[in-house]
Design a protein around this ligand. Structure first.
Ligand SMILES: [Zn+2]
Length: 226
């Protein structure tokens, strides 16, 4: 993938300037909701909560519509983007044959999303594995990457695709593996009241190789046991 890496900073951090980061660049400007709109939205939410049975005329509930909207806004902060993701580090290994199979695995990274079908939370843990090409990314950036796409209205399938594809865009690794395990409140609070957990896996590049997948999944399993 073509990428322009600007001059290395003194501390050896590379700023990525590729045009291939639409998911991150698209939302660098924080969302803004006008005060008048907030007031209107609070009115709507209050109406709905009252119709559902909430007494809005108590000290505990008077500000609930406002708090609810602010909580929703915070829970979807991923739509504001995260410009701190736009840096990487040059890899410290050479391109020897052994390094072509060395995995960097991070997790469990906890996340909470709002499912776009019910606007109710689903939450769980992510593991990300990758095999570096010329660059590695700061470990904390992997957590940022999960949060960027988790704190939105989304579905588990898209979350994994976006994490995997954006990591490919950011540092062009040889391979990426993403494992997500989540509980969905929309199936627990209503409907079938099912308390199962949903696992999804996503593979890119070198992880077409079954041995690499097995090693990654063994590692995820041992993390989850710990
Ligand atoms: Zn749902």
């Amino acid at each position: 993938m073509a990428k322009r890496a600007r001059a290395a900073e003194p501390d050896n951090v590379i700023e990525l300037a590729g045009a291939s980061l639409p998911a991150i660049r698209a939302h660098l400007a924080p969302r803004e909701i006008a005060d008048g709109d907030w007031d209107r939205f609070e009115g709507y939410v209050g109406e709905i909560f009252e119709a559902l049975g909430m007494d809005l005329d108590t000290p505990g509930t008077r500000d609930t519509p406002e708090r609810f909207l602010r909580a929703l806004f915070d829970a979807t902060a991923g739509f504001d983007g995260d410009d701190k993701l736009l840096t990487a580090f040059p890899a410290e290994h050479d391109a020897s044959p052994e390094s072509a199979t060395s995995q960097i695995i991070e997790g469990p990274i906890s996340f909470v999303c709002l499912c776009e079908h019910h606007a109710l939370p689903f939450y769980g843990t992510a593991h990300i594995g990758y095999i570096a090409g010329d660059q590695i990314i700061g470990i904390s950036k992997l957590t940022r990457l999960v949060r960027l796409f988790a704190r939105r209205f989304t579905v588990q399938e898209r979350l994994g695709e976006q994490i995997a594809d954006t990591l490919v865009d950011l540092i062009a690794p040889r391979g990426v593996a993403v494992h997500l395990e989540a509980s969905h409140l929309c199936t627990q609070m209503r409907g079938v009241e099912e308390h199962s957990r949903t696992v999804t896996t996503f593979w890119r590049g070198a992880f077409a190789e079954p041995d690499l997948r097995r090693e990654f999944l063994d590692e995820v399993r041992s993390h989850n046991r710990a």
